[in-house]
Design a protein around this ligand. Sequence first.
Ligand code: PGA
Length: 246
Amino acid sequence: MNTIVVKDYNELSKMAASIVAEQITAKPECVLGLATGSTPLGMYRELVKKCSEQKLSFSGVRTFNLDEYIGLSKNNENSYYYYMMKNLFEHIDIKTENIHIPDGSAVDVDEECVKYENAINASGGIDLQVLGIGKNGHIGFNEPDLYFEAATHKVRLDSETIQANSRFFPNSDQVPRYAVSMGVKTIMKAKRILLLASSGEKAEALYKALAGPITPDVPASILQVHQDVVVLADESAYCMFRKKGA
Ligand code: PGA
């Protein structure tokens, strides 16, 4: 595991965008796994900038997003489809047919999960998967559990996740209770993983994920056994390692 600690969120965003850009430059037809949430917003802003300055092209890139809420339509402002369009896809030269986000309004969710997993496999697999980390240690919407969930699946969101994500909704009652998420095995099959962690809110989860036991109770801890993970953290998120002298 390669851990890079940077000063603050701004540096994290720039460094994350550089890592993604290097991947695209090295393999213009690469497959990217993408994340939503607050953390990657700065990275997307930097990628849009690189694209508008014509330093980067997404014309050959295919993308698969980690997850989507069940029950929100694509044009609902809180859907991850909407988030990705507004924060990245509308501003870059990616081909629409190369964008994949689980369909949270699918009538048959189980079928949608199988289709999504098959599409990832058919693409040849994810070259670089970007991940955030939840305060509860989740990756994608793989919540703390008794076992690691393997493939793309329907998830019941954890109360901590509902609470954390309620900041985007008028109130917590409106946060969907279910989502579709890539599984832990899906994520682990990515050739390379970039885990982003920013702010002191993530310090404990990051410490447990990287320095604690590997357990489904901290889903991100599985990353300890992946052969190519870059952890990109800012000082606030990394502070527990400093305190423990690790
Ligand atoms: P955040 O979410 O980037 O909004 O903190 C990360 C996550 O829950 O995976």
